[in-house]
Write a protein that binds this ligand. Structure first.
Ligand code: HEC
Length: 483
């Protein structure tokens, strides 16, 4: 009994290979039936019956091999049942169609022609159905649609493809749902899913994971070494029990490390990254899963968005008064504005801030006569990222108006009257990167203090202070600016 069981299974495994014959022959028969209607291909007519016959015979053999393979187990009962019955119907209809074709050739009645054509159509329906369900059995039921573009998915009413999604906020990411499950989906679940449970193990849902397989639990929370899943993964690739089986795409070292990390952290199904331990090497791997957009600065994200379209009329009105207004890029709504020193800067600034409070992102007031009070409208330009105030009479109190400019990245106050107290007011500007403050009252100590408060900031004082020892301070001039 044992012997013959193995032989049946051995033969059964030829089913996936052999089934291509009936597909080829039966499709060919239909093709011949159609083309032989044309005068040119008349001579092919006698081949229709023959092709149908060998198609039917090969379908019968494929079906028998299929029944042997079904003993292998590990397939979803429902899908297998449908596939089996469609296969059997196909065999019956293939022989039936062959017989009807012969009858029709002999007698040529209209009735027989209709019966033959109907049978031919039904045979193709069963062929397509059996093929489709067979494919779902081997590759999982979403195999065909897995890589369907989202536009097409929407059209046929499928859910959007999830894929291995990129993480935007690592600390908030779910260890299982966002990190571990996508790995299993990608590399294991073609064989361990709802329709196919090799080794009686399914891994497509949390419940299934917890249920385990024919050898029991798939993992032991907190103990990677005792976890079957990892034991199987760590077996040499040539071992029959190695997972994923030889020939399939293997896990990367990083993916194995993440599975190990999840299990050693207690295999949580509901914890976020912030709630478990993350050591250096895991953190490095996790960073590779993070959406590159997530590392963009607030300013880059801001400028990648678009403010409302600025009024063309108003732009023209300011240009007519001599103000330089340009968009940041060709099709952008962001504005860069420069007010020439000869113009009535304070009036113009008030008007500009009124007209384009969201759009102005670069503002150049250099060498103008702007006063501390006159700078007040700048406070309304909440999306300002660059501000040039060099060689203006601005002093400490002018800095009050910049306190709320969260996106300010670049500020030039070279040659102004601002001192340490003034720049101390900028301590909330978390995006500030460059502060140009040479020839001001800002001291190295004041600059250092602000740099200590703002992680991204470099204050440029126009010279480097090189402390040789506690008594000597060496001043190195930079460029042509003599301190
Ligand atoms: C190509 C199909 C295939 C893929 C992909 C696959 N497996 Fe398997 N898996 C099997 C088969 C077949 C068995 C049953 C035979 C055996 O135990 O080796 C099995 C059995 C197992 C078992 C033992 C279950 C038990 O209780 O005995 C575990 C654990 C397992 N697989 C884990 C995995 C993991 C983890 C992955 C992904 C990294 C994976 N498998 C990918 C086919 C696959």
């Amino acid at each position: 009994m044992e012997e013959s069981g193995d032989l049946l299974l051995f033969l059964g495994r030829f089913h996936p290979l052999f089934l291509h014959l009936p597909i080829g022959f039966l499709v060919m028969a239909v093709l011949l039936e159609f083309v032989s209607k044309k005068e040119k291909y008349r001579a092919l007519r006698p081949a229709v019956g023959f092709t149908l016959f060998i198609g039917a015979i090969s379908a019968l053999v494929a079906a028998i091999l299929g029944l042997m393979l079904a003993r292998d187990g590990g397939y979803s009962e429902d899908l297998l049942g449908i596939h089996q019955w469609l296969g059997i119907a196909l065999v019956i209809f293939a022989f039936g169609t062959w017989w009807l074709q012969r009858q029709y050739e002999e007698k040529g009645t209209d009735k027989l022609k209709k019966a033959y054509t109907g049978s031919l159509v039904l045979m193709m329906v069963f062929l397509g159905g059996a093929g489709h369900y067979g494919g779902s059995l081997t590759h999982g039921s979403n195999y065909l649609t897995q890589n369907m573009p989202n536009g097409l998915r929407a059209l046929v009413g499928l859910e959007r493809s999830k894929g291995p999604k990129l993480i935007t906020n690592l600390q908030e990411a779910e260890v299982f749902g966002d990190i571990v499950h996508p790995i299993l989906e990608m590399r294991c679940n073609s064989c361990h899913n709802a329709s196919k449970k090799k080794g009686d193990l399914q891994m497509h849902t949390v419940q299934a994971m917890q249920r385990g397989g024919e050898s029991g639990a798939a993992f032991v929370a907190g103990d990677p070494a005792q976890s079957l899943l990892l034991q199987r993964i760590h077996l040499p690739e040539t071992d029959d029990e190695h997972m994923p089986p030889k020939g399939k795409t293997q896990l990367t070292d990083q993916q194995v490390a993440l599975l190990e990390w999840w299990i050693s952290e207690g295999a949580p199904f509901d914890k976020k990254v912030a709630e478990v331990n993350v050591d250096g090497s895991i953190d490095e791997i996790l960073q590779t899963l993070v959406d590159p957009n997530a590392n963009k600065s607030e300013v880059e994200i801001l400028l990648a968005s678009e403010p409302p379209v600025p009024s063309a009329e108003k732009i023209k009105a300011f240009r007519d008064q001599g103000v330089m207004i340009k968009t940041l890029a060709a099709n952008s709504n962001w504005l860069q504005v420069a007010i020439d020193k000869k113009l009535p800067v304070e009036d113009l600034l008030a008007g500009l801030a009124e007209s384009f409070p969201e759009q102005i992102t670069w503002l150049d007031l250099k060498e103008s006569a702007i006063s501390d009070q006159g700078l007040a409208p700048v406070g309304k330009l909440k999306n300002l990222t660059k501000l040039r105030l060099e060689k203006t009479p601005i002093s400490d109190s002018g800095m009050d108006h910049l306190k709320g400019l969260t996106y300010l990245e670049f500020l030039n106050i070279y040659g102004s009257q601002v001192g340490d107290q003034g720049i101390a007011k900028l301590s909330d500007l978390r995006n500030l990167r460059s502060l140009y403050a040479w020839e001001t009252r800002v001291t190295a100590a004041g600059a250092n203090q602000l740099e200590g408060q703002l992680a991204k900031l470099t204050v440029n004082l126009g010279f480097e202070v090189n402390v040789v020892d506690s008594l000597t301070v060496e001043v190195l001039p930079v460029g042509n600016k003599t301190p």
